[in-house]
Ligand binder design. Structure first.
Ligand SMILES: Nc1ncnc2c1ncn2[C@@H]1O[C@H](COP(=O)(O)OP(=O)(O)OP(=O)(O)O)[C@@H](O)[C@H]1O
Ligand SMILES: [Mg+2]
Length: 343
């Protein structure tokens, strides 16, 4: 059943045809491309400034983001996530490579590429003297959306700022400012919405509210590209994930496949016996001894059954008092990939 939020945002009609006047007239199309975003060999080197040397932030990034997907871009600090997003947003000039947004090449059809994307930047850059309503109207003006076609009220409601529409932005909390940035990114009804760390510094409750809003937009047909440090967030929201590290794609797959690739389960046992060290029979599962007779083991479920592991524990003369298993989560997958990459 659709959530009320889904209905609200669906009513906004995120159909690029509705705002096709924003596209260059000779190039308008209502056809949905296969890829919302497609990059080939995307590279960026920031020039040296004073004593700071030149920095190669992106090294030939190929990423395909299917239209309609909810795509996560993960990576440690300085990996190149914001650089990638800012090139798409037209805020940073690439050094080499190609990028298409909604089928429009950012060099050949920059106007259509820009009209196809809404960007929520990582920095909370909000004009403190504008009310949310004014800020959204102003942004719509910048994008050339005629007054009669503006969706200011609906957009503010969709991000749960309807009751703050006329408050001064400086009186908004951090979470509200973040949502105002989302509202501003939606004024031209872009088919692709890009959010750079949208929930950084936002408390858990508001984070979940923001998730609901973004999910509803995705249900309404908007392709979402999100960068995040919260792995829980990526696991919960994203259907595909790319991990970038040092400006290179370390992995790109469905969330499910990324987790499956890890092929690792953790088993924690509480045993009856007081043991001083891990029995040799259990060494192959990387067993570790912890206080209070706890023993942890790690095994690849594709090659070993839990029965084999437990049989070995019993063969080692241990009596199992209690046990829990734990599937590796995205955090483990992510750390493993980043470590592999560091080699
Ligand atoms: N304007 C700039 N001038 C010079 N170097 C820059 C500039 N912007 C970013 N960099 C460098 O490029 C690299 C990638 O930065 P970027 O902001 O894209 O990373 P990020 O993945 O978004 O990191 P974070 O998770 O901290 O936001 C970093 O080494 C950063 O210091
Ligand atoms: Mg960043």
């Amino acid at each position: 059943m659709p959530t009320p939020q889904a209905n609200e945002t669906a009513a906004l009609s995120f159909d690029p045809a509705a705002v096709s006047h924003l596209l260059a007239p000779e190039l308008t199309t209502t056809e949905q491309p296969d890829w919302a975003i497609r990059t080939r060999g995307l590279s960026k080197t920031y020039a040296a400034i004073g004593p700071a040397p030149a920095k190669q932030a992106l090294k030939g990034v190929d990423i395909d983001i299917p239209a309609g997907s909810f795509f996560g871009l993960l990576g440690p600090n300085g990996a190149g996530k914001s650089t990638f997003i800012n090139i798409l947003a037209g805020l940073v000039n690439k050094t080499a490579g190609e990028a298409k947004i909604w089928g429009w090449d950012i060099d050949r059809n920059p106007r259509n590429a820009r009209a196809s994307i809404g960007v929520v930047p990582q920095e909370l850059n909000i004009d403190a003297f504008f009310t949310p309503r004014e800020a959204v109207e102003f942004q719509a003006g910048l994008f050339g959306v005629p007054r009669g076609e503006r969706l200011t009220e609906a957009i503010l409601d969709a991000v749960h700022l309807g009751d703050k529409a006329d408050a001064y932005a400086r009186s908004l909390s951090g979470g509200m400012r973040r949502r105002l940035l989302v509202a501003k990114a939606l004024v031209h009804r872009p088919p692709v919405l890009v959010l750079d760390e949208p929930t950084a510094g936002v408390d858990i409750e508001l984070r979940h509210q923001l998730w609901t809003t973004i999910k509803a937009l995705n249900t309404a047909g908007v392709t979402i590209l999100l960068t995040t440090h919260y792995l829980e967030e990526a696991e919960e929201l994203c259907d595909r994930i790319a991990v970038i590290n040092h400006g290179e794609v370390a992995a790109c797959d469905t969330t499910e496949a990324l987790l499956a690739r890890l092929d690792r389960k953790d088993l924690t046992l509480v045993v009856e016996e007081d043991i001083a060290e891990v029995p040799a029979e259990l060494a192959r599962w990387n067993a570790q001894l912890h206080p209070y007779r706890r023993l942890t083991l790690h095994y690849p479920p594709s090659q070993t059954t839990i029965g084999e592991v437990l049989a070995a524990v019993q063969a080692a003369g241990l009596t199992i008092h209690d046990l829990t298993t734990h599937e590796s989560d995205l955090e483990d997958a992510f750390l493993a990939l980043v470590r592999q990459d560091r080699g």
